[in-house]
Design a protein around this ligand. Structure first.
Ligand SMILES: CCCCCCCCCC/C=C\CCCC(=O)SCCNC(=O)CCNC(=O)[C@H](O)C(C)(C)COP(=O)(O)OP(=O)(O)OC[C@H]1O[C@@H](n2cnc3c(N)ncnc32)[C@H](O)[C@@H]1OP(=O)(O)O
Ligand SMILES: Cc1cc2nc3c(=O)[nH]c(=O)nc-3n(C[C@H](O)[C@H](O)[C@H](O)COP(=O)(O)OP(=O)(O)OC[C@H]3O[C@@H](n4cnc5c(N)ncnc54)[C@H](O)[C@@H]3O)c2cc1C
Length: 701
């Protein structure tokens, strides 16, 4: 094949696809073809992009939340993508020590950019996000600083926050222990007040009291907010946070009485192993009294405990904050996986060739659509519920600052429930995206294995997802039990209409009838209310409510999921009631909203049928409508994922490349693997050749 033959290959998209494998063969066999030259600059997804029925630039703004948010995020994404210091392709191949050093280097480079470019805190947050490498800085900015902000007195904030914000100290959040994580009141580390020296003595009395898991603790942190049992005058006064210095600010060595290190490798290559999750023990370490975070309770010089008006639950406030950010992160992780799987599904072809024509794009298979499009719709749903949750948290924070604690229980239930719902779904969704990409999805260069490995602990950290749903269940049971005399508000306001929600059944008669926000919301409200009330009725049969709660906990978890799904569906619908500019943007989002709701209705139809709200016929009509909706998503699929505005650097996936130039890049990447540095593998002469050359004496073989 001559050069003219090669240039011919670039003329049409389908021809190129057919000839790619041939080109690759030629190169492998030493024909010297320059694939880079032949394939680069071509947009293999351009035909897909032409199908868009909405204004992509406007959708990018809708996804980002505002023009300003879009511009800021876009600026930071490009800053990172264009800086070779943030290369991450080789990460999964690094050993642990190299990995951590590499992460420290990136964090230092990131900090230099933040200082040199005078980035705002918001810009810095996005910069860290796009660096896309879990690091001690996540915990320093994401938990250590918020813990001091939320639980410190004004004086404490004045002293510690400037040091932390200038990174003159590095902090982590040391709550979990070897023996207890979920049960915070079961923590064993002690902080005993010594009135003689006006100090607390931090101590780890048992092996199980060793702090275990805190990110950034293992190798980087100089300080920690340590959660410990406050003991004053020999009595236990609950678990509180204490600021404790762990390492020297000169040479970083552990201070006397402090034993600290890393807990070892975690799931996956690269992935979360860039984080130094640590172990920490105290042997009677003394800290000044004013290092107990004292917004909730104070210990005086004389050893008296003073309670402020602030509720004890505020000690858990940092978790409320972080759970809210984790919901926002779920939409990022899911949208990333969906972007990879959608683009690749449009490139990948299998079967269906007629008369030598191109095979079918796998995205056109209805089964592929029924697995992929609900994930795409969920990414948007989580984005909008995350936006709402941020608003809710900001509102609660302002109220707390003004000593109004009335909305804290709802904020706790919403953050706990939505954290659980979105992270569980996202973890499963990333794995589904891997399967949607067939064999190539299993390659590290697809970006999906590392994304999965990094993401799955989100189902556990910041509260195990089942434990958190049980918190929602307590909130729901309480709401139901108070219905007779207290009007439910906020996300449980629908319970105020419990009588009609229990009585009225679904009125939908046709598949089109499901394209009605009122019908959809009523279905989810009725299901959630009926499940919660049913649990309440069952619980009432037990003499001991705690025993009943434990016995019914699996049903209570289901009721909590129904309630949380209702929140996500309602917030998506509310979003669509706002003004959303751009040709076709609102209409396309409406389609996604119905996909999200009807997919859930189909998946959980057992609930809807068992509660008696739906008939089997109505459930079947919803499924008919869902199929029609998938056809409406299809032409917009690629541009809907383009609207996430992810750079190729952030996606970190050959399958998800913006230009769709998948096969040559996969091929190229394989040759970059260190294993291909030589033709004859290391170890051949020691371990393989002797086998090949052996003279077997046994008759059997
Ligand atoms: C690159 C960008 C980065 C962005 C940023 C961020 C950083 C991010 C991610 C980093 C990655 C990982 C970080 C992970 C960090 C961690 O994991 S930290 C450790 C987290 N640990 C947990 O979440 C423990 C889970 N357990 C609990 O939360 C509680 O103990 C539990 C809720 C289970 C309650 O246990 P109980 O013993 O039953 O409860 P009590 O303590 O007695 O309290 C009961 C009452 O308190 C109310 N409550 C409970 N929690 C809260 C809360 N958080 N806020 C408000 N109120 C709360 C509860 O409703 C009860 O109230 P009532 O008495 O009914 O009125
Ligand atoms: C990657 C990662 C990073 C972390 N970072 C930090 C950090 O920075 N700082 C920090 O302090 N901690 C951190 N943690 C710890 C984390 O917060 C805890 O692991 C988490 O809260 C779960 O607690 P656990 O490990 O005690 O789980 P367990 O409570 O032991 O859970 C084990 C099982 O028991 C079930 N279970 C527990 N209690 C109940 C119940 N009451 N009813 C029904 N089922 C129950 C759970 O559902 C689960 O299936 C991190 C953890 C991970 C994995």
């Amino acid at each position: 094949m001559g050069l003219s033959g090669i240039s011919l290959l670039t003329t049409t998209y389908s021809l190129i696809l057919q000839h790619q494998s041939l080109l690759l063969c030629l190169r492998a066999k030493g024909f010297g073809l320059d694939l880079k030259k032949d394939m680069e600059g071509v947009d293999y997804l351009s035909d897909e992009r032409k199908k868009a029925q909405f204004d992509v630039e406007a959708m990018k703004i809708a996804w980002a939340g505002s023009l300003e948010a879009f511009q800021l995020s876009d600026r930071m994404a490009k800053l990172v993508a264009n800086d070779p210091a943030f290369e991450k392709f080789t990460r999964p191949m690094l050993g642990r020590k190299e990995l951590i050093k590499n992460t420290l280097r990136k964090a230092a480079h990131g900090w230099k950019l933040i200082v040199d470019l005078r980035l705002t805190e918001e810009e810095a947050k996005w910069l860290r996000l796009y660096i896309d490498e879990p690091a001690y800085t996540d915990l320093h900015w994401g938990m250590f600083i918020p813990a001091i902000e939320g639980q410190g007195t004004e004086e404490q904030k004045k002293k510690w926050l400037p040091l932390a914000k200038k990174m003159q100290i590095i902090g982590c959040y040391a709550q979990t222990e070897l023996g207890h994580g979920s049960n915070v009141q079961g923590l064993e580390t002690t902080a005993t007040f010594d009135p003689q020296t006006d100090e607390f003595i931090m101590h780890s009395p048992t092996l199980t009291s060793s702090k275990w898991w805190p990110g950034g603790l293992g190798k980087a942190s100089t300080h920690a907010v340590v959660y410990a049992r406050l003991i004053v005058g020999g009595e236990f006064h609950g678990v509180h946070g204490f600021i404790v210095q762990l390492r020297s600010l000169d040479d970083h060595s552990p201070l006397p009485g402090v034993t600290v290190g890393d807990i070892g490798m975690k799931f996956g290559n690269g992935a979360y192993n860039t984080m130094d999750n640590g172990v920490l023990r105290f042997d009677h370490v003394r800290i000044p009294r004013d290092q107990m975070l004292m917004r909730v309770s104070q210990v005086t010089r004389e050893g008296k405990i003073m309670q402020s008006d602030v509720p004890r639950q505020l000690i858990y406030g940092t978790m409320v904050y972080v759970r809210q950010t984790i919901v926002a992160d779920a939409s990022k992780a899911l949208s990333r996986a969906v972007c990879i799987a959608t683009r690749y599904s449009a490139i990948r072809r299998q079967f269906g060739s007629r008369n030598g024509g191109p095979e079918t794009q796998v995205i056109d298979y209805k089964t592929q659509q029924s697995r992929l499009f609900p994930l795409l719709a969920s990414a948007y749903a989580f984005r909008f519920v995350g936006e709402w949750l941020k608003w809710l948290y900001t509102d609660v924070k302002e109220r707390l600052a003004a000593n109004d604690f009335s909305t804290l229980p709802e904020a706790h239930a919403c953050t706990a429930g939505l954290k659980s719902l979105t992270t569980s779904f996202t973890a499963d969704g990333i794995e589904e995206c891997r399967k949607l990409c067939g064999g190539h999805g299993y390659l590290v260069s697809s970006g999906l294995p590392e994304l999965f490995a990094v993401y799955i602990p989100a189902c556990t950290y910041e509260g195990d997802n089942v434990v958190l749903l049980l918190q929602v269940a307590r909130f729901l049971v309480k709401t139901v039990s108070e219905l007779g005399y207290k009007k439910p508000v906020g996300t449980t306001a629908y319970m105020g209409r419990v009588a009609s929600l229990m009585q009225n059944n679904c009125a939908v008669q046709t598949a089109e009838g499901w394209l009605n926000p009122g019908a959809v919301v009523e279905a989810f409200e009725s299901r959630a209310a009926r499940m919660a009330v049913r649990c309440g009725q069952q619980l009432a049969k037990y003499e001991n409510p705690e025993e009943g709660f434990a016995e019914l906990s699996a049903d209570l978890v289901e009721a909590s999921i129904a309630h949380c799904q209702l929140i996500v569906v309602s917030k998506f619908i509310e979003k669509l009631q706002q003004d959303i500019p751009g040709k076709g943007v609102k209409q396309t989002l409406e389609v996604l909203c119905y996909v999200y709701a009807l997919f859930l209705l189909h998946k959980h139809q057992g609930d809807f049928l068992a509660t008696g709200y739906l008939t089997p016929k109505q459930a079947s009509l919803a499924n008919d409508q869902l199929r029609t909706l998938y056809s409406k998503v299809r032409p917009n699929a690629i541009t809907l994922v383009d609207s996430f505005n992810y750079t190729d650097h952030y996606l970190g996936s050959i399958l998800g490349r913006y230009d769709g130039n998948v096969y040559p890049k996969l091929y190229e990447a394989a040759w970059k693997d260190p294993l291909n540095d030589s033709d004859v593998v290391d170890g051949f002469y020691e371990y393989v050749q002797p086998i090949l050359k052996q003279k077997l004496r046994t008759a059997k073989l």
